[in-house]
Ligand binder design. Structure first.
Ligand SMILES: [Zn+2]
Length: 130
């Protein structure tokens, strides 16, 4: 399969997965919002740093996969679903942590099954309850 087809299929699969998820207001009616502050570092030839904040409202679906900072990344696995689910079960407000992307650095390396992505994600999740 060529790179374009692979990425397109992956994009469609993720879209379908997202559409199959519950709305946050259905699954977690006691949530006001979830805000996720992300600080990415990518240690390629050039070191890249990037921050962003994502806010989830009750109208959105409980799909908490995060896009990798490395646009060439294949099969990124940055996902905060487990963290968020356990925070909600324990009624926690803030969680900080770090994850390393387990995707591949680019398509060529994905085909060769070597060189994992070089992105690290620090996160701070804050949940507001009603
Ligand atoms: Zn990655």
């Amino acid at each position: 399969m060529d790179e374009y087809k692979y990425r397109e299929q992956h994009r469609i699969n993720e879209y379908n997965l997202k559409q199959s998820r519950f709305f946050i207001k259905e699954r977690y009616p006691n949530i006001e919002n979830i805000s996720i502050r992300l600080d990415f570092t990518y240690l390629g030839i050039d070191k890249i740093k990037k921050s962003r904040t994502i806010i989830y409202t009750p109208e959105q679906r409980d799909y908490f996969k995060i896009e990798c900072i490395n646009s060439e990344c294949v099969n990124t696995d940055l996902d905060l679903s487990n963290e968020i689910n356990s925070m909600i079960s324990n009624k926690e407000n803030i969680l900080k942590g770090e994850k390393i992307c387990n995707g591949y650095q680019d398509y060529e390396r994905f085909m060769a099954k070597n060189h994992h992505c070089l992105a690290t994600m620090c996160f701070e999740i804050e949940i507001q309850y009603k």
